[in-house]
Write a protein that binds this ligand. Structure first.
Ligand code: IPE
Ligand code: MG
Length: 229
């Protein structure tokens, strides 16, 4: 892969967030099953992580599975879950060696025990790493995140730790799934869809937004550089 200093001026974000969209359409164009698109999408994710490390991006948040994705056909949901489990198991060692710190945001209470253990293990194994922070949005929804922040704050009020007048923007930010992470400076969505789809609703207030037509499995270094430029 090319050197990060090659080519014209690149504006490297501190925190890049990506909605990886278009797996199904990528497969359909090739007369393949949607699952083949998800598989190819995982390869594109590996590349994205590699580019972020190489270009010294500090935080990468990826929308891997939304709280709404459960409504897809059962077979597809199961395939995506298996694929993600496989990704974490097979890539954890390499990610750890590359100094990547993994964090997962989303609703955990309703998750299957095996998935939960996998998430907790990935976070524990990589918790002291100091390189790229890979934030995986799983069973994630922005409104759900804000609702859970309200619950935490209400609980603190009920406990008498804070009062209603203490509620401000910082308190809400600090009550989200991951406090102490700078808001994304750039949010990218592939496949030509121009929607937020409940991604990082609170954190995106000042983010630059980019929508590109490329389908997620086609994502490559050329696209990555184009985005940064
Ligand atoms: C994104 O691709 C992957 C996930 C949401 C898990 P899609 O599955 O949404 O692909 P399209 O939008 O149908 O092409
Ligand atoms: Mg889609």
């Amino acid at each position: 892969m090319s050197n990060k200093n090659s080519g014209s001026e690149l504006k490297t974000p501190t925190h890049l967030a990506v909605t990886m969209d278009g797996n199904g359409r990528w497969a359909k164009l090739r007369g393949m099953a949607r699952t083949a698109g998800h598989k190819a999408g995982t390869q594109a994710l590996r590349k994205l992580v590699e580019y972020c490390i190489s270009y010294e991006i500090k935080y990468l948040t990826i929308f891997s599975f939304s709280s709404e994705n459960w409504s897809r056909p059962k077979d597809e949901v199961n395939f995506i879950l298996r694929l993600m489990r496989h990704y974490v198991i097979s890539d954890l060692e390499k990610l750890n060696k590359n100094n990547v710190k993994i964090k997962v945001i989303g609703e955990r209470d309703t998750l299957d025990k095996t998935i939960l253990e996998l998430i907790e293990n990935a976070e524990t194994v990589t918790k002291n790493n100091t390189g790229l922070e890979l934030i995986i949005a799983f069973n994630y929804g922005g409104r759900g995140e804000i609702a859970s922040a309200f619950k935490k704050i209400a609980q603190n009020i009920q406990n008498g730790d804070v009062s209603i007048n203490d509620i401000d923007e910082d308190m809400i930010s600090n009550s989200l799934y991951l406090p102490n992470i700078p808001d994304p400076d750039l949010i990218l969505r592939t496949s030509g869809e121009i929607r937020f789809s409940n991604f990082l609703l609170w954190q995106s207030a000042y983010s630059e937004l980019m929508f590109i037509d490329d389908l997620w499995p086609d994502f490559n270094e050329k696209t990555f550089i184009k985005v940064l430029q």
